[in-house]
Design a protein around this ligand. Structure first.
Ligand code: UTP
Length: 291
């Protein structure tokens, strides 16, 4: 079955980026001139997704406004000449990229709990999950790479990259065997492993394709790391029971949930930005001389 639905959990508290995220969702932090979540929606749309459910919570109204029309702003831009017309087109396009729906996670009980709120949106179809604070930039949308693997194997898929031994204890670790190219079979996984529990240096980074089987499993998943219902714990049950596929996706992933990740995204995207790229490069070179 074709994957046309996606879920973007964006209801976390963003405590690692306070005070910026006190009243502003971290998913709205800009990377140069676009909020992080717009990059994520664009990736999904490029991968053929037509319907997107964004999981929000109190105080995330800004996300809804961003994907809505903005009549006052639009009419001001309309009367502003050719340059403003280009911006107007971009602004209007945001509201028409996909059918975007919202649901609230009323208590912040973890990523797994957030995904469980998508049950009625998903129905009987497979769906992609794009974590709201993981921006992945690349020619071939990461989400599309996972969808192709789902179509090839008919099993749930996780997007992985190799991470360092030091970093993996903060992420997850997967038991994998190579299948072909950058595709692996995954039969087990662990969230935030202690150093003696590391299964491999492959870690899930922000993308998966799941079937509705996950919802029953999530209902029976006890709170894990951080006393939250972890999506990885539910996927572990799935991996052990049915097997999953892991795709070592191409593209650069930026963790918008921590300060260094945000700065790396800003710098690298700015360097390639058509409007400011050249000037920013010259500025960075000057600054680098003083370091
Ligand atoms: P994180 O654990 O990185 O987000 O979740 P967080 O809880 O906001 O992080 P810190 O530690 O407090 O800084 C990964 C993704 O899952 C979403 C987050 O919004 C993020 O996009 N999430 C997390 C939810 O939607 N609900 C939750 O209960 C937890």
């Amino acid at each position: 079955m074709k994957v046309t639905k996606a879920v973007i959990p964006a209801a976390g508290l963003g405590t690692r980026v306070l005070p910026a995220t006190k009243s502003m969702p971290k998913e709205m932090l800009p990377i140069v001139d676009k909020p992080a979540i717009q990059y994520i929606v664009e990736e999904a749309v490029r991968a053929g997704i037509t319907d997107i459910l964004i999981i929000t919570n109190r105080g995330k109204g800004l996300i809804e406004d961003h994907f809505d029309r903005a009549p006052e702003l639009e009419s001001r831009l309309e009367s502003g000449g050719l340059e403003k017309q280009k911006i107007l087109d971009k602004i209007v396009d945001i509201a028409h990229m996909a059918n975007i729906y919202f649901v609230r996670q009323k208590e912040t009980r973890g990523l797994g709990h957030a995904v469980s709120k998508a049950k009625s949106f998903v129905g009987n179809e497979p769906f992609a999950v794009l974590y709201g604070d993981d921006v992945i930039i690349g020619e071939d949308p990461a989400c599309g790479q996972l969808i192709r693997a789902y179509e090839e194997y008919g099993l749930c898929v996780v997007g992985v990259n190799k991470v360092s031994k030091e970093a993996i204890t903060k992420y997850s670790s997967l038991k994998v065997e190579p299948l072909h190219d950058n595709i692996f079979r995954c039969t087990d996984m662990i969230e935030k492993p202690s150093p003696d529990k590391i299964m491999s240096l492959y870690s899930i980074l922000g993308r998966c394709v799941l079937t509705p089987d996950i919802f029953d499993i999530l209902e029976n998943t006890e709170p894990g790391a951080g006393n939250e219902i972890q999506l990885t714990d539910a996927m572990r049950t799935l991996a052990r029971r049915d097997g999953m596929i892991a795709v070592d996706f191409t593209g650069t992933r930026y963790d918008m949930g921590n300060k260094l990740g945000i700065m790396k995204a800003q710098v690298e995207v700015a360097l390639n930005h058509p409007e400011i790229g050249n000037d920013f490069r010259a500025y960075l070179k000057e600054i680098a001389k003083t370091l």
